[in-house]
Design a protein around this ligand. Structure first.
Ligand code: N01
Length: 853
């Protein structure tokens, strides 16, 4: 007789539930594992439609926790078919005696958290109520087929099949008239098989999908060799990779090569017959629409080369979503199937289904009769199985109601208000955007270790904090925002189920980065969790990821280069280093014209670069001062940013090469700034600008020069300024602000580099002068309207914030943007960091706004 009170209840006996069962036994927890089906295998138990195969190669789609399996189980193919994967699950279950620990044909009807007992009450389809301390949903991401949303489905009297609930005995379509609705992975894999038997097959397609041939055969030899040579390293690399398969990340932009070169690279990936190779060919196909178009066009070209009827080929070619933004498919003879005379494609966009009838389907202007209809219409993905299990947490709140506007989780593992509830590969974790085996094992390990930690330390409950959960939501959104995934109506976005909230359900920041976040949470004393026992409580509240994901990647990349700190160099070396790094940047957008010239500075001529908009002039003018700590940089060193500002704000940008320290220390830069402004004002018409529409702008030390120039212009009779645009400006030489310490390391501009800059530019005494530290000016009244941008992880953040506040207090019109998750340099990194683009748009809008009367 099974225990009715246990440590852990697990729902589901797919690969997640099976491994968890093994680990619970190993660590001595009492448990009940409940499974609705009558065998193990989860998704591979239910999805028995003809042609069902895994789209991850067998070198990678398998357990790693039992090393003996590598010798004891040999896969016959590169992409295993469903029967073989199910046999693998059964083999593992037998080997580890898992069958004895699983209760089959048992569904969970509902679960309630009991705050008094600190336990879950679980109600099962057998009428039993089980109580447990921990409740784990190992229910899979694609386990609940989508409810039919087609008119008249109930009327059809012929045979109806759903790919995700295929009859165990199989289906013989010989001589039958068959309709298949849906062309996702399930449709695309099953259609060629159904076409082989059916007398007549009509495929109803709403959205064409990207698909590539699996070229099935033996497992990829290169990876087999790597595995043999060093399995531990291979598996480690998989765990810390982007997708759970150890592929080298591309460093090539699809936009940096010709289409011919791009297609040659894609052809190589195509020939491998591996889903991830194609998406991994270019570094930017997931984040840049134009880069993605290169891959998409390659795929369309492939369709055209196979499908004989050009009209059908066109219908089968996706245009409305980017490659990879809906899960691409792996097929065996899919497009070839449409060359068969008894196979027809119906485009539901021009011929929508009016109704399913008793005998067939009415669509467009036609009615057709069928013997069988196959629904390959997908799943209520990621949340369907969890939400439908009727989970009620603290204060009677159901998970369904909490997630009404989108799933809220911490790490995709837990949710506020639902203590001791765990989700394996839940929303907010990489799950379906990864090799599921790697993600499953990671979650099971995390849950096992957490349960052991709680037992050993006398904690009864664990629950994330609202702050941590909201922080994770924001981080997940930040990750999704830099990609083009949100453009597609995919099940990743919940768009396939009517009424489902439209958010990115899986975490798209990558398997390795996700794993590191989970590890960090634990290493920081369960950061963002409250753990409680009868006699103690622990809550180390906080956020595990705050830096913008693309900025984080750049920081990680830079840290692998082991570059020398700039402050250890001489100014000459630092200048050479800075120039060399700048040479590797993307150049920024096209502008109408770029010309170089000289202007009159405070003590001789200075070079400038002029960026003219493509629109007819004359234009308003921004006199721009570059960054570089007064020591390095030039009129060309912020080229991408100047181009971007020019193109987006339709403003003439004049970037000035003011004199640099230590050769020309304070107040040279300030005096040159003011002189340059006066010269530009006097020569505005010849430059193609408007003399009474001038602003100053600058970044970092250049922001300091701009701010000081604005003050000098106010104080000593300079031209009227329409505005000042200050990006991460230096405003205070005291360097006493908290952000200097808080953000003093890791974020490119360090505390010690900033000190090095100041030491070259101004003596401690000089720094008290407002022309070095504009924050110290006696009054800020009368300064022009200001757009000031500060970045969360910039050592200069607080002095920038203080300047914005002081300007406002002085009655200046200020727009202050606090760029969340950004560092000192990130907003200047045009075409490198997508997360900076919205802030540059704001800056350009504000700049333009200075000149609107
Ligand atoms: O489901 P889907 P799936 N009227 O949602 C169409 C995994 N998987 O079962 O795109 C008409 O992708 C729908 O049209 P649209 C894999 O991750 C893996 O095929 O919404 N059509 C779409 O064409 C995969 O992504 C493998 O416009 C309707 C199709 O039905 C995920 O499971 C194999 C419709 C559904 O496609 C889901 O794949 C199989 C309607 N009312 C599955 N409603 C492997 O290879 C929906 N459609 C590992």
């Amino acid at each position: 007789m099974a225990q009715s009170d246990v440590d852990v209840v697990v729902v589901g006996a797919g690969f997640a539930g099976m491994y968890l069962l093994h680990e619970l036994r190993k660590t001595g927890f009492s448990y009940r594992v409940l499974e609705a089906g009558d065998d193990v295998g989860g998704t591979w138990y239910w999805n028995r439609y003809p042609g069902a195969r895994c789209d991850i190669a067998t070198t990678d789609y398998k357990y790693t926790w039992d090393p003996e399996l590598h010798e004891q189980w040999q896969w016959s193919e590169k992409h295993a078919a469903q029967p073989e994967i199910l046999r693998y699950a059964q083999f593992v279950a037998k080997k580890h005696d898992l069958y004895s620990g699983i209760e089959f044909k048992t569904r969970v009807d509902g679960a309630q958290w009991n705050e008094a007992t600190k336990r879950w009450n679980i109600h099962t389809s057998t009428g039993e109520t089980i109580t447990c301390q921990h409740y784990v949903m190992a229910t899979g991401c694609l386990s609940v087929p989508k409810e039919p949303d087609i008119n008249g489905t109930e009327k059809f009297t012929g045979n109806v099949y759903v790919t995700g609930r295929w009859p165990h005995e199989g289906v013989d379509f010989t001589g039958k008239r068959v309709a298949v609705i849906g062309t996702g992975s399930s449709g695309i894999q099953s259609i060629p098989h159904i076409a082989e038997q059916a007398k007549e097959l009509v495929v109803f397609q709403r959205t064409p999908n990207f698909s590539m041939p699996a070229f099935n055969g033996p497992p990829p030899q290169d990876r087999v060799e790597r595995l043999k040579a060093d399995r531990a390293t291979y598996e480690h690399e998989a765990r810390y990779s982007g997708t759970g398969v150890p592929l080298e990340d591309s460093t090539v932009s699809a936009l940096s090569v010709t289409q011919e070169e791009a297609f040659a690279m894609l052809e190589k990936a195509w020939q491998k017959g591996e889903l991830l190779s194609l998406g991994n060919t270019f570094m930017d196909s997931a984040i840049n629409r134009k880069a993605n178009d290169v891959v998409a066009e390659f795929m369309r070209m492939k369709v055209r080369s196979v499908v004989k009827d050009p009209e059908v080929a066109e219908l089968l070619s996706p245009y409305k979503h980017g490659y990879g933004t809906k899960r691409p498919c792996m097929d065996t003879g899919y497009f070839e199937t449409f060359n068969k005379p008894h196979v027809r494609l119906v485009d539901l966009n021009t011929s929508p289904i009016r109704s399913i009838t008793e005998t067939g389907i009415d669509f467009g202007k036609e009615s057709m009769e069928f013997d069988a209809i196959v629904y390959a219409t997908g799943f209520d993905a990621m949340t369907g199985a969890i939400v439908s299990a009727n989970i009620t947490g603290k204060n009677g709140v159901t998970l369904k109601s909490k997630w009404e506007h989108g799933p809220l989780t911490y790490l995709g593992l837990t949710s506020v208000g639902f203590p001791n509830l765990y989700m394996i590969t839940g929303p907010g974790s990489p799950s379906v955007l990864s090799n599921m085996m790697v993600s499953i094992e990671q979650h099971v390990d995390w849950i096992r270790d957490t349960l052991v930690h709680m037992r050993e330390n006398g904690f009864d409950t664990i629950e994330p904090t609202p702050l941590a959960e909201e922080g994770w939501r924001v981080h997940c959104t930040d990750c999704a925002d830099i990609t083009i995934f949100q453009e597609a109506n995919s099940w990743y976005m919940g768009a396939n189920v009517p009424g489902k909230p439209r958010v990115m359900f899986p975490y798209i920041g990558g398997v390795g980065r996700y794993r590191m976040a989970c590890e960090e949470v634990v290493n920081k004393g369960f950061l963002g969790f409250e753990l409680a026992g009868s006699t103690k409580k622990q809550c180390n509240d906080g956020l595990v990821r705050q830096v913008q994901p693309d900025v984080d990647m750049v920081l990680d990349f830079i840290s692998t280069l082991n570059l020398p700190a700039m402050e250890t160099m001489s100014p000459t070396e630092a200048r050479a280093f800075s120039e060399a790094s700048s040479a590797m940047r993307p150049s920024g957008p096209e502008v109408g014209e770029i010309t170089d010239g000289v202007l009159q500075g405070a003590d001789g001529e200075l070079q400038y670069r002029l960026y003219r908009p493509a629109t007819p002039g004359p234009h308003p003018i921004a006199v721009y001062f570059h960054g570089g700590g007064w020591v390095f940089g030039s009129h060309t060193s912020d080229d991408p940013l100047c181009r971007d500002l020019c193109a987006q704000s339709n403003t003439l940008i004049i970037s000035v090469n003011y004199r640099h320290a230590p050769e020309a220390p304070f107040p040279a830069a300030a005096e040159d700034g003011f002189a340059a402004l006066k010269w530009v004002h006097a020569n505005a018409a010849e430059l193609g600008g408007i003399a009474d529409q001038i602003a100053v702008a600058g970044w970092s030390a250049g922001g300091n020069v701009a701010a000081v120039t604005a003050q000098m212009s106010r104080d000593i009779g300079g031209p009227h300024l329409s505005g000042q645009l200050l990006l991460c400006p230096v405003t205070d030489g005291s360097q006493q602000h908290a952000s200097h310490k808080e953000n003093g390391e890791r974020f490119i501009l360090t505390k010690s580099l900033m000190e090095w800059f100041w030491n070259h530019y101004a003596t401690p005494e000089q720094r008290k002068n407002p022309q070095a530290s504009p924050l110290l000016a006696a009054s800020l009244a009368g300064l022009p309207p200001t757009m000031l941008v500060t970045c969360q992880f910039d050592p200069l953040r607080d002095e920038g914030n203080a300047y914005a506040r002081a300007l406002m207090q002085a009655g200046v019109k200020v727009e202050h943007v606090e760029a969340r998750g950004h560092i000192h340099t990130s907003i200047t990194m045009v075409d490198m960091l997508p997360s900076g683009a919205p802030h540059r748009r704001e800056m350009a809008r504000a700049l333009r706004g200075f000149f609107l009367k």
